[in-house]
Structure formats: C-alpha cells, structure tokens
Design a protein. Sequence first.
Length: 151
Amino acid sequence: MNSFLRHATRSPRPFPSLARELQREMSHAMRSIDTAYHGPRGVYPPVNLSESDDGYVLTAELPGVSPEDIDVQIEGATVTLSGQRKVEYAAGDGVAIHRRERQSGHFRRAFELPAEIDFDQARATHKNGVLTLELPKTPAVQPRQIEIETR
C-alpha cells in the first residue's frame, strides 16, 4: 500500500483542502440562489401566480408597503410590479441596532404571461399587506365552446 493510501485510510478527512474548497463553493452557490430569489438588497416581494381559463391571479406579499408606494403596469402579456419599501430604524445617541433584517429600497419584478391581459378589466386590491391582481385574459384568447348543430 503506498503512503498516500495509508494516510487517506487513517485520516477521518483525507482531503481537507478539497473539503474546504467544496464548502466555499457551496456557500457561494447558496448566496447566489438567495440573491436571485430575494434580489441584491432583499426587498423583492415573494409572489404566487395562478391561471384559470378566464385569467390570472397574482398575489404579492408587501408588508409595510402602502398602496401609494406600489406601481402596477400591464403591457400586452407583461405585468410589472414595482415600488418602494420604507423601513424606519431607530437612530440617535445611545441607540445600537443589534439586528437589521428588514430592508428598505426599491423593487421591480416583471412577469411574462402566456396570454395577453384585458387591461380594462384588470383589478388590483391591497389588504393586510398582500397585493392581489386579478388579470383577465383578452376575450380573443379565452376558450370558447362551440355548440354543435343537429340537422
């Protein structure tokens, strides 16, 4: 048995530098995934999007964001949600912040839907920090049933 194999079988961690490198790469990958989901500053709201035959419903969690600070735009089949979350922090003499997880800043998310939206029928409501968008499809893309005539 060569010396490398003897060392590898005795050591509980035969490749410590490889293990450190792998850990570093995994940490970097997890930070990248977190940034992609939350955005670079963590203020992008999480959303749910569902579809029915008639249209779409998009809900966005926006706690602490007033409706005046939210902008919704529809262009064709693209819905853009943007705005600003303002978080006040205590500041001044004798105040020390121990943890700051709630981020302030601008956010913008765009969603390309499979079908165009009937802009005139779209509705937005804001309740308890949740924005709900009801986005009906244009009549041209909604399914229609054709009656069969008998002769």
